[in-house]
Design a binder for this molecule. Structure first.
Ligand SMILES: Cc1cc2nc3c(=O)[nH]c(=O)nc-3n(C[C@H](O)[C@H](O)[C@H](O)COP(=O)(O)O)c2cc1C
Length: 190
């Protein structure tokens, strides 16, 4: 087992969504190690309803090409600088993890699978944080577009539920606010 420095509580409390990474490459083995631990997420009937399409190393520019094509559909007339500018927010992560979930035809199971995959994603983000790798779950509308899903390699009957950007960063983002337990809990019967 990897030596881990943060307690579960510390990881949960200290993790921040990272919006700006420093372009430092991420080692694919680190992400595989993270995923090998993250798969211990709860999931009904052990269906393990997730797989990951990882854009890292030589695959990273190919992922960026796909993102460029879906986010700037008419870029043929633009200069390289214009395209770079429009792509800025996508260029700093060291890796992209697209989490893919089977679209069970049964509504109940489909909801369970989405929930389980969300637990898996949170595990990934906490484990990455523990290694000094920041992350953010992004859910742009084009994740569901046939153009994107086909280009990224999702199969018919699968849905890409998350684009997780991963990478090293220079600045820990500011803490956001949360409602307290006292604000969100209703004691039944009172
Ligand atoms: C399902 C889901 C979708 C999200 N989609 C986006 C997104 O599209 N763009 C974005 O900037 N952040 C996205 N986030 C990250 C949230 O903005 C972030 O978690 C929230 O601002 C709280 O910040 P924190 O994670 O640092 O506490 C998403 C998070 C979740 C769980």
């Amino acid at each position: 087992m990897n030596s881990q420095s943060l307690s579960v509580r510390e990881a949960i409390l200290e993790r921040r969504s990272v919006g700006v990474f420093n372009k430092q490459p991420v080692d694919a083995q680190d992400i595989l190690d993270i995923i090998n631990d993250a798969v211990w997420a709860p999931n009904h009937k052990n269906r393990q309803p997730w797989r990951v399409i990882l854009g890292i190393g030589e695959g990273l520019p190919k992922v960026l090409d796909i993102i460029r094509d879906v986010t700037i559909p008419n870029h043929a007339h633009l200069t390289a600088e214009d395209i770079e500018h429009k792509m800025t927010k996508f260029l700093s992560p060291g890796a992209y993890a697209f989490v893919v979930v089977p679209e069970d035809l049964r509504q109940h199971e489909r909801t369970e699978d989405f929930a389980a995959a969300s637990c898996f994603i949170q595990n990934m983000m906490l484990l990455a944080w523990d290694r000094g790798i920041g992350s953010i779950w992004k859910n742009p509308t084009w994740l569901d577009s046939p153009e994107f899903t086909e280009a990224i390699g999702a199969k018919p009957g699968e849905r890409v539920i998350a684009m997780v950007q991963l990478g090293y960063f220079d600045k820990v983002p500011a803490k956001k606010t949360r409602k307290t337990a006292e604000e969100i809990v209703t004691f039944f019967g009172e």
